[in-house]
Design a protein around this ligand. Structure first.
Ligand code: BTN
Length: 326
């Protein structure tokens, strides 16, 4: 770890408190000049570090810049492979590469401030402008945990729901299978990509990619997202108050705990907005209306088709039928 990185960790740990140059130098076993240089570099990166009243340094209490140093402070298991890119094609792609190269194991993760080729489900792209959201991919080796891809997916939705509620105080709705909604608009999408073992058919590695919109300016949205995509916050100022480092760590912590528990979380059922609704089942062949009844213990969705037959959907895409489409 560099002096700059250790310095940032200390400043994040004591956000809002003045730390003297002397104490910092002693703690990091370096000179005060090295501390001063580290502070200078951090300021150049955009950190708001003031010289405190007794000539020490203080990281502004409202500083919420995404960093691995700050995320690490909130992780339950901080000794994992982690990478943060300011700009990358896709965090899922990077995480998969690192996992296949044997660098990134269970609980490892990759984040980005911007994705140039963010991937969505069904071959779609995921709009990921700089700072517009949290773009996070977590590596799971489900060996001793959940093996079903459906339950990994539901666990990810629950992890986002729980972290957003705890850190941001916002209660999101979950839409089966793995979208999260706020005020009727999608604010989070999840793409789970699995590498399966050829012989056993079991999941060797799963990459859980989470795209959580913090603030997207309506006028910048691609046409197909207008009226569909939403954000956690209504203004960029409000979004800046989001404790993104706690949020990212919270998602990772909750996901690891959920997959360890090997069950469908009661939160998944309780927060689900689909049961009781008229829906459209969209699969490769056709679009058909049905009534969503309940979430089954294995994560499947029990539905009643128009002819009265009951089906358990294990994947596919569910659109909720609105007045305009009936
Ligand atoms: C969807 O709703 O279609 C799923 C979107 C998943 C987007 C996330 S952003 C982080 C990770 N990297 C990607 O390229 N995609 C996922």
């Amino acid at each position: 770890m560099t002096v700059k990185s250790r310095l940032l960790e200390l400043l994040e740990q004591h956000k809002g408190e003045t730390l003297s140059g002397e104490a910092l130098a002693k703690e990091l076993s370096c000179t005060r000049t090295a501390i001063w240089k580290g502070v200078k570099k951090l300021r150049e990166e955009g950190y708001h570090i003031e010289a405190g009243p007794n000539r020490g340094y203080v990281l502004s209490p409202d500083s919420n810049r995404l960093s691995l140093e700050a995320i690490r402070l909130h992780l339950h298991e901080p000794e994992v492979y982690m990478r943060l890119y300011r700009k990358v094609s896709s965090t899922n792609q990077e995480a998969k590469k690192a996992a296949l190269q044997g660098e990134a194991g269970h609980g490892a993760f990759v984040l980005a401030v911007e994705q140039t080729e963010g991937r969505g489900r069904r071959g779609r792209s995921f709009f990921s402008p700089p700072g517009g959201g949290l773009y996070l991919s977590i590596v799971l080796e489900p060996k001793d945990t959940i093996q079903s891809s459906l339950l990994i997916t539901t666990a990810a939705a629950v992890a986002v729901y729980q972290a957003v509620r705890e850190v941001c105080g916002i209660s999101l709705d979950i839409k089966w299978v793995n979208d999260l909604y706020k005020e009727g608009k999608k604010v989070c999408g999840i793409l789970t990509e699995a590498v399966t073992d050829f012989e056993s058919g079991g999941i060797e590695v799963a990459i859980v990619g989470i795209g959580l919109n913090l603030y997207l300016e309506e006028s910048t949205l691609p046409r197909e997202l207008v009226g569909v995509a939403g954000s956690l916050y209504h203004t960029p100022q409000e979004a800046k108050t989001a404790e993104v480092n706690s949020l990212a760590a919270g998602i990772v912590n909750h996901l690891l705990e959920e997959v360890r528990l090997k069950r469908l979380s009661p939160d998944y059922v309780q927060q689900n907005m689909v049961p009781g609704r008229d829906i459209l089942i969209v699969d490769r062949e056709r679009v058909r209306p049905a009534k969503a009844l309940e979430i089954c213990p294995d994560g499947r969705l029990l539905v009643e088709e128009e002819d009265g037959t009951l089906q358990r959907l294990s994947y596919g895409e569910v659109s909720i039928r609105t007045k305009e489409t009936t």
